[in-house]
Design a protein around this ligand. Structure first.
Ligand code: ADP
Length: 827
C-alpha cells in the first residue's frame, strides 16, 4: 500500500457538499460527542483505496509521511479513538465523472505505528465494524462523517449453520491447497459465530479482486455475504485445482523431457566412455590399421566406416559387437589388392607340365594355348571356363597344381561335392546368427591373393535336389562377365573375382547343371592303359612314394609283372590313385624292414605282392569263359572310367512284357525297348512266329547291380543278347561291343571310346565292335593297346549279329517250345 491509497488533502472540495467544521479542537469535540440514539457517531474519514478492511480483521498500511492521514491515524492512536475508512464509488466516477462516497464504510482503530522508515511510516489498522455513512462534512481539507454501525442478526437458522460448516470446510480445503494455511486462521474461522463474521473473515483471507471485496464490504446482510463468499471459495478451489492439474501436467511433461534429456546425456556420456574405450581397445585399433592397410575399394571402405561407427556405439560385451568385429575382420583379412606376378612363359610352362605329368597330351596342349592367349591378350572378356573331366586319379588336380606352379600363382581347391545350397557358395546374410561368407570368399581369404588358381572340384556333384540355386551362384563366380563384382551375402559389397583363374573338375559330364556345362570348355582326362600306368609309376609314383616312406637313396625296383599285377589284381580304376596307394603300402612294409635292419629286397616281383599286400583283391570282370546263349558283353563308361558290362536276357512264357533290372537308368531302359522293337521287326527274317511276342516275356538283367548304369551305348548289346536268347544261338565269347541302336537297326556312335577300349583290354576281350563313326577316336589310343584288340566297325545291327552269333540260327528251345505250345492249343 502506498501514497495513492489516500486522496490528497484538501480533496474534492467542490464535489462533496459537506458542512464545514472549524478545526481540530472542534473535531475532537465531535469525536467525543456521545453517540446518537440510533447509535450513530461522528468520526474523521480516511479514504482508502486498493485495500478493503473488514470488521474484526487487521491490515497493515503504510502512509506518506507528508499526508494528513498519518496525522489522523497518529492522533486516533494517541486518543484511542476510531476512524472511518471510506471508499469512493467507482461507478459514479465512471458514469457521472463525480466523486462519490460509497454508503458503507469500516470503523477502524489504528495501532502500532511504525516509524522506522521516516518517509513511509506504517500502521496496523484493526477493523471494528461496518458502518453506514449518514452524512459528511469538511473543514480545511478534513472530512468528518456521521455513521451508524451495522448490526447483524445473531439468530442463526439450521441452513445457515450448515452453510457455515460447509464454508469452513471449503475454506479448510482452500487453505490446504494454498499451502500457506496456518492453523489459527482455520481456528478463527471455526470460531465465527455469525455468517457475516465468517464471511468477513474469509473475505479478508481470500485472494479477491478489489471490486469483489468492496461488494462484500457493502453487503449488509451477513447470510448473503456468506453465500457469496461460498461461491468465491468454490471458484477459488476450482481454480486452484485447475492450476494444480496444469501444474502437474506441466510438471510431468517437464519431468519426462527432463528425464529424457537426462537419459540422453547419460547415454551420450556412456557412449563417449565406451567409444573412447573402444577406440583405445588395441584389438580395434589393430583392426582399423589392418583395414587401412588393406586399401579397400570405395564401396567396401564405406561399409567398413559404417560398421566402425556402429561398433563404437555398441556395448563391447553385446553379441552384436562381436558380430560387427567379425565382419570387419573379414573385410580386413580378404585380399583386395595383393597379387602374385603372372609368369606366362610358355616354354617354361611346357617344361613344368612335361616334367610333372606323363602323357595327357591333349590337356597339356590346351593349357599351353590358354597361357599363350593370355600372354598376348591379358584381359579377354570371353575367357573360357575350363573343366577337367575324368575318373578319379587321372591327374586332374595334380595338373591344376602344375598350372598354378608354372604361372606363379597360388593354388587352392574347393570341393563342391554335396553343395546343395546357394548360401554355401555365397554365404548367409548377416542377420543370421553365426553367419559367414560362402566358400568362395573363405578360400580367397585362405590364399590371400586376388589372383590364385582356384580349383572347384566335383562340379558334377552339386546337389541336384536344389539344382538351380547353387549352380546359378557358381555361374556368377565363374563367368568373367559377372565375376568382377561377385556379391557374397555376408560381405554385402562386391568382390572382384576376375583375376582368379578357375578350373573346375568333374568325373562325368552327365550331372553337370546344363547352364554351367554350356559355359565350360571340357578337357578330358580319359584314364590310363596299364602300360601308361606302369610308366607313370616308374617316373612319378614310385619315386614320390619312396621319398614319402623314408626310402630315398635306396634302390628298390618293381618288376613289370609286379606292377601289372598291382594294376589288375589290387586295383580297379581308370586313374592311378589306388595304384599309388598300393605302391605306397608295399614301400611301407619295406620301410619297416629297414627300421628293423633287415635286408631290403632289390626287386619286387609279382610273387612277392601277396606277402606285402595280402591276397588278391580284385578278380577283374573278364570275358565270358564260354560261348553262352542270351549273354553278350557291353562296354560302358562309368565314373571310374570304362568297364565291361555283361547283359543277360531270359525269355519266358508270359504276356509280352519287358522287364529290365540292375540299377538301370531311363535312357538304358528306352534303349532296351528299341532293341526289342528291332527284334520284332525281324520276325520274318528269323522265322519267328508272329504271335510269339504276345506270349513271352523278356527279362534283361545287367549284373553288378550296385553301380548305377545309364546311357544308350548298350543298345546293340541288348539286341544281340535278345536275338541270341530267342533263336537259341550262343554269342561269341571274348567279344565286346558298344553302340546305340535305332528302331530300324542302325548303329549310332557313342562317347568315351578310349576308356571303353582300355576297359575291354583290361578284361581280356579280344574283339571289339564299334560304330563306324567312332573309328577316328581310336587315334587317341596307344599303338600297343590297339594292337592287342581286333576292331570291327559296324553300321547295321545285322553286322553285329553276323559277328556276334556263333552260328546261323539252327535251334531254339524257346522257339520250338513256342511252336509246340501253339500246336497243343490248336489240338
Ligand atoms: P584327380 O584329381 O583326377 O583325382 P590326381 O591329380 O589327384 O587325380 O592324381 C592322383 C595321383 O596320381 C597324384 O599323385 C598324381 O600325381 C598322379 N598322377 C595322375 N596322373 C598322372 C600323370 N599323368 N603323370 C604323373 N602323375 C600322375
Amino acid at each position: 500500500m502506498n501514497d495513492e491509497d489516500f486522496y490528497p488533502f484538501p480533496l474534492m472540495e467542490n464535489q462533496f457538499k459537506l458542512p464545514k467544521f472549524a478545526n481540530f479542537e472542534e473535531l475532537n469535540a465531535i469525536k467525543n460527542r456521545k453517540a446518537g440514539k440510533d447509535g450513530s457517531f461522528a468520526a474523521p474519514i480516511v479514504f482508502l483505496q486498493n485495500v478493503v478492511l473488514f470488521p474484526n480483521t487487521i491490515t497493515p498500511l503504510s502512509f506518506n509521511s507528508k499526508s494528513m492521514a498519518i496525522h489522523l491515524v497518529a492522533n486516533a492512536q494517541a486518543e484511542k479513538t476510531s476512524l472511518i475508512g471510506c471508499y469512493e464509488d467507482p461507478e459514479a466516477l465512471k458514469n457521472q465523472n463525480q466523486m462519490q462516497c460509497l454508503p458503507v464504510g469500516i470503523e477502524f482503530v489504528p495501532s502500532r505505528i511504525n516509524e522506522d522508515d521516516p518517509d513511509a511510516p506504517s500502521a496496523l489498522l484493526q477493523g471494528r465494524r461496518r458502518v453506514q455513512i449518514l452524512e459528511m462534512s469538511e473543514n480545511e481539507g478534513l472530512i468528518f462523517c456521521r455513521v451508524k454501525p451495522v448490526r447483524e442478526s445473531q439468530r442463526i437458522s439450521k441452513e445457515t449453520k450448515a452453510l457455515m460448516r460447509l464454508c469452513v470446510k471449503q475454506f479448510a480445503k482452500y487453505l490446504e491447497m494454498e499451502e500457506n494455511g496456518q492453523e489459527e486462521v482455520l481456528l478463527f474461522a471455526e470460531g465465527a459465530e455469525t455468517p457475516g463474521e465468517l464471511a468477513d473473515f474469509i473475505s479478508s483471507t481470500l485472494e479477491l479482486e478489489h471490486e469483489k471485496r468492496l461488494d462484500l464490504l457493502m453487503e449488509l446482510d451477513g447470510l448473503t455475504r456468506l453465500k457469496q463468499v461460498a461461491r468465491y471459495i468454490t471458484a477459488e478451489i476450482n481454480m486452484l485445482e485447475l492450476e494444480e492439474e496444469i501444474h502437474n501436467q506441466v510438471q510431468s511433461e517437464m519431468d519426462r523431457s527432463q528425464r529424457e534429456n537426462y537419459l540422453r546425456e547419460q547415454i551420450a556420456k556412456m557412449q563417449r566412455e565406451i567409444g573412447d574405450g573402444k577406440s583405445a581397445d588395441p584389438e580395434i585399433l589393430e583392426l582399423q590399421q589392418k583395414i587401412e592397410a588393406a586399401k579397400l575399394p570405395p564401396e567396401a571402405q564405406n561399409a567398413a566406416d559404417k560398421e566402425f561407427a556402429r561398433l563404437r556405439s555398441t556395448p563391447s560385451l553385446s553379441p552384436e559387437s562381436g558380430m560387427i568385429e567379425n565382419y570387419l575382420q573379414w573385410l580386413a583379412d580378404l585380399p583386395w589388392n595383393e597379387k602374385a606376378e603372372d609368369n606366362l612363359d610358355i616354354k617354361n610352362a611346357k617344361a613344368v607340365l612335361d616334367s610333372n605329368h606323363y602323357g595327357l597330351k591333349k590337356a597339356k596342349d590346351r593349357i599351353l594355348e590358354f597361357l599363350a592367349v593370355r600372354s598376348l591378350k591379358p584381359r579377354r572378356s570371353h575367357q573360357p571356363i575350363l573343366c577337367f573331366v575324368g575318373a578319379p586319379g587321372t591327374g586332374k588336380t595334380s595338373l591344376g597344381r602344375s598350372i598354378a606352379e608354372t604361372m606363379g600363382r597360388r593354388f587352392a581347391r574347393m570341393s563342391l561335392g554335396g553343395v546343395h545350397d546357394e548360401a554355401e557358395i555365397r554365404g548367409h546374410r548377416r542377420t543370421y546368427i553365426g553367419s559367414m561368407p560362402g566358400r568362395i570368399l573363405q578360400t580367397m581369404r585362405k590364399v590371400a591373393v586376388t589372383n590364385p588358381l582356384l580349383m572347384l572340384d566335383e562340379i558334377d556333384k552339386l546337389n541336384a535336389d536344389f539344382q538351380g540355386d547353387p549352380a546359378a551362384a557358381l555361374l556368377e563366380v565363374l563367368d568373367p562377365e559377372q565375376n568382377f563384382e561377385f556379391t557374397d551375402h555376408y560381405l554385402d559389397v562386391p568382390y572382384d573375382l576376375s583375376n582368379t583363374l578357375f578350373i573346375t573338375t568333374a568325373n562325368t559330364t552327365q550331372n553337370i547343371p546344363p547352364a554351367l556345362l554350356d559355359r565350360m570348355e571340357l578337357i578330358e582326362f580319359p584314364g590310363y592303359a596299364a602300360q601308361e600306368k606302369i610308366a607313370i609309376a616308374r617316373q612319378f609314383l614310385i619315386p614320390t612314394q619312396m621319398a614319402e616312406n623314408g626310402l630315398e637313396g635306396e634302390t628298390i625296383h618293381f618288376s613289370d609283372d609286379a606292377l601289372q599285377t598291382l594294376i589288375e589284381s589290387y586295383t580297379y580304376e581308370a586313374g592311378v590313385r589306388s595304384f599309388e596307394r598300393q605302391i605306397g603300402a608295399v614301400l611301407r612294409k619295406i620301410a619297416l624292414l629297414k627300421t628293423q635292419n633287415q635286408p631290403l629286397p632289390e626287386t619286387i616281383h609279382k610273387e612277392d605282392l601277396q606277402q606285402y599286400l595280402g591276397p588278391v583283391e580284385y578278380f577283374p570282370l573278364v570275358a565270358e569263359l564260354k560261348d553262352e546263349i542270351g549273354v553278350a558283353t557291353a562296354v560302358a563308361w562309368t565314373e571310374n572310367g570304362g568297364e565291361i558290362m555283361p547283359v543277360e536276357v531270359l525269355v519266358m512264357p508270359g504276356k509280352g512284357n519287358l522287364q529290365i533290372t540292375g540299377q538301370v537308368g531311363e535312357v538304358m531302359q528306352e534303349s532296351a525297348q528299341a532293341a526289342l522293337s528291332y527284334l520284332k521287326s525281324k520276325t520274318e527274317v528269323f522265322k519267328i512266329p508272329e504271335d510269339f511276342f504276345e506270349d513271352y516275356d523278356f527279362h534283361i538283367h545287367v549284373p553288378e547291380g550296385a553301380i548305377p548304369k545309364d546311357g544308350p551305348s548298350a543298345g546293340i548289346t541288348m539286341a544281340l543278347a535278345m536275338t541270341s536268347a530267342v533263336l537259341g544261338v550262343p554269342v561269341r565269347r571274348e567279344l565286346a561291343m558298344t553302340g546305340e541302336i535305332t528302331l530300324r537297326g542302325r548303329v549310332l556312335p557313342i562317347g568315351g571310346v578310349r576308356e571303353k577300349v582300355l576297359a575291354a583290354q583290361r578284361s581280356g576281350i579280344k574283339t571289339m565292335l564299334l560304330p563306324s563313326k567312332n573309328e577316328k577316336d581310336l587315334e587317341e589310343i596307344q599303338q600297343n593297346v590297339r594292337k592287342e584288340l581286333q576292331f570291327h566297325f559296324v553300321e547295321q545291327m545285322d553286322e553285329v549279329l553276323e559277328f556276334g552269333l556263333l552260328s546261323k540260327p539252327l535251334f531254339s528251345r524257346v522257339l520250338s517250345s513256342h511252336k509246340k505250345r501253339k500246336k497243343d492249343e490248336q489240338d
